[in-house]
Design a protein around this ligand. Structure first.
Ligand code: KG4
Ligand code: ZN
Length: 328
């Protein structure tokens, strides 16, 4: 089975062609990061305009690189939410147009589900039940997965998402945008990481990063940050410490067989290393390029959907506030 994936939920216009659920034939991304960097964050109107400019060339590029004609495509998987409405619309309407023109089945995919399915592209096939930590710019969720399409949200952030916290901390330290990679890079130069507080929220599987953010802001405002690298390393360490400790504890509580790390922040080197070092369970982490937004993960999720005999019709629509699962 060959699936075309399309992802436009935020600021990356992405298309990928995936064979048999695991072989990536092409994985194209047109990043808008330089445009939004001028504003220090994503400007939704600018993002949707860029998507409309980029979507056709990106899909054409992915198809050409894959070297398969449209006749070989068996279905189209597209992100319907969560995300920015204008951005999502470009991908969904393009997918619908191709579906109609070529008579191809559609699968409307939850972006967070896509992040989870990036793990099926990592080589080791995840085993259920598993606990998945999704850490991205917009989300920080702990999800129990007992099988395909069987999700229970068992915890998550009460304030900022982990990626959002990285982005804000980088801005405070003048390290630029996007913040996650900037903090990681600065932290690598640290001589004496600053000790910052951790919110453990004991007895829950929830997270909170606002206290940590405020603690860093106080240091900056008091002029006590002499080395941005030391502050960046202290911040990264505090976030990683809480994420790793609580994810491992939740996996134990729910008797999971494996842990999956997903989402843009899963590209963080320190987080990857610590989780693997601390976890008594096998940990599945996609390659960094498959952790940040991409369309191969959307195609991977779509492939499972089509193989289960499920497909959506042309009536799918964007759902900007789409959730993965209830159950908290
Ligand atoms: O999954 P993603 O690409 O987009 C969303 O769905 O939000 O995640 C983007 C987030 C940003 O906040 C970015 O700063 C963060 O992932 N990120 C990182 C790293 N690479 C990206 N955070 C920490 N370390 C990284 N290496
Ligand atoms: Zn994402």
């Amino acid at each position: 089975m060959i699936v075309l994936g399309i992802e436009t939920s935020c600021d990356e216009t992405a298309a990928a062609v995936l064979e048999d659920g695991t072989t990536i034939l092409s994985n194209r991304i047109a990043s808008q990061v330089e445009i939004h960097a001028r504003y220090g964050g994503i400007v939704p109107e600018v993002a949707s305009r860029q998507h409309t400019l980029a979507i056709i060339p990106v899909i054409a590029g992915a198809m050409a690189e894959a070297g398969v004609g449209w006749d070989r495509i068996d279905g189209i998987a597209v992100t319907i939410g969560p995300g920015l409405a204008g951005s999502l619309l470009t991908g969904v309407n393009t997918a619908k147009a191709i579906s109609l023109a070529r008579g191809l089945p559609l699968a409307g995919i939850n972006h967070l589900e896509g992040h989870i399915y990036a793990s099926w592209l990592a080589g080791d096939v995840p085993e259920f039940p598993l606990v998945c930590l999704i850490v991205s710019g917009g989300h920080t969720d702990l999800v129990l997965m007992k099988g395909h399409r069987d999700y229970t949200r068992i915890g998550g952030t009460r304030d900022d998402a982990a990626g959002e916290a990285f982005d804000k901390a980088a801005r405070m330290l003048g390290l630029g945008y996007p913040g996650g990679p900037a903090i990681q890079q600065a932290a690598a130069e640290a001589a004496a990481p600053v000790r910052l507080p951790r919110a453990w929220l004991k007895g829950t599987n929830d997270f909170s990063f606002s206290g940590l953010k405020t603690a860093l802001l106080r240091l900056v405002e008091a002029g006590e940050v002499t080395s941005p690298a030391d502050a960046a390393a202290g911040f990264q360490e505090a976030v990683v410490d809480v994420l790793v400790t609580k994810t491992v504890a939740a996996a134990g509580e729910y008797r999971a067989r494996q842990i999956i790390l997903a989402g843009g922040v899963a590209a963080n080197r320190r987080l990857r290393e610590r989780l693997v070092a601390v976890s008594p369970l096998p940990v599945v982490i996609p390659a960094p390029a498959l952790c940040t937004d991409n369309a191969a993960m959307i195609a991977a999720c779509g492939c499972f959907r089509f193989e289960s005999g499920l497909a959506d019709g042309l009536d799918i629509d964007v759902v900007p506030g789409l959730r993965l699962a209830s159950g908290e």
